[in-house]
Design a binder for this molecule. Structure first.
Ligand SMILES: O=C(O)c1ccccc1N[C@@H]1O[C@H](COP(=O)(O)O)[C@@H](O)[C@H]1O
Length: 210
């Protein structure tokens, strides 16, 4: 199971979590989020992270130009699009050399056919719980809705995941599921990850991590 730890904005916590070598580290560039990177992290700090960790910029309805400029500034190799971004914008970002992860909000039902135009332009999908904010709502959705997923794009499961979900996630088998996204459930304050809890989750999901 791939693990993405999202919403990094505290330099000390970032250093502690990076040592645990999650597969992906996420940085939020949505100004309305309490996890907005803003001036909290120097670009050089993000650029200096181990090359083995994918650095992901999370954006909500930003222009392609802003996303590409931010990615270059922080040395991001991947983008997570967490708003109403179009398939055409996914294509532009993919052509700019970025790994593209398109997030979709899940409510009481999902229509996977609506995702078909995104298939050729995305490396991953991410399913998150529909809520008041575009992301980071800290709520879990009904994972059974993903049992009928039949598209060729692998996806991450997100939305309110916490350490209490570790046993269920370790055994979870859903078509297309390749990873999980850890965010507000692993914080001592918004944007301050608790490396101890992240480490425990990694150990549960990737038992070879010591
Ligand atoms: O975390 C945020 O503040 C945020 C803001 C805007 C877009 C995405 C955001 N986070 C993403 O939301 C999901 C679920 O987070 P949570 O576990 O419910 O806190 C996750 O993919 C984050 O990357």
């Amino acid at each position: 199971m791939l693990v993405k730890v999202c919403g990094m904005r505290d330099a000390a916590a970032l250093a502690e979590v990076a040592v645990l070598t999650p597969d992906f580290l996420g940085f939020i560039f949505a100004p309305a989020s309490p996890r907005f990177v803003g001036e909290a992290l120097a670009p050089e700090l993000v650029q200096a992270l181990p090359a083995s960790i994918w650095k992901v910029g999370v954006f909500v309805n930003e222009t392609t130009e802003t996303i590409v400029t931010t990615a270059e500034r922080f040395g991001l190799a991947a983008v997570q699009l967490h708003g109403q971004e179009t398939p055409a914008q996914c294509e532009e970002l993919s052509e700019a050399g970025l790994l593209v992860m398109k997030a979709f909000s899940v409510g009481k039902a999902v229509d996977f056919t609506a995702l078909l135009p995104y298939v050729p332009h995305c490396d991953f999908f991410l399913f998150d719980t529909k809520g008041a904010a575009p992301g980071g709502n800290g709520a879990v959705f009904d994972w059974d809705l993903l049992k009928s997923y039949n598209l060729p794009v692998p996806y991450f499961l997100a939305g309110g995941l916490g350490l209490e979900h570790a046993p269920e996630l370790a055994d979870l088998r859903l078509p297309g599921l390749v990873g999980v996204d850890l965010n507000s459930g692993f914080e001592t304050a918004p944007g301050v990850k608790d490396a101890t809890r992240v480490g425990q989750m990694l150990k549960a999901l990737r038992p070879i991590v010591t």
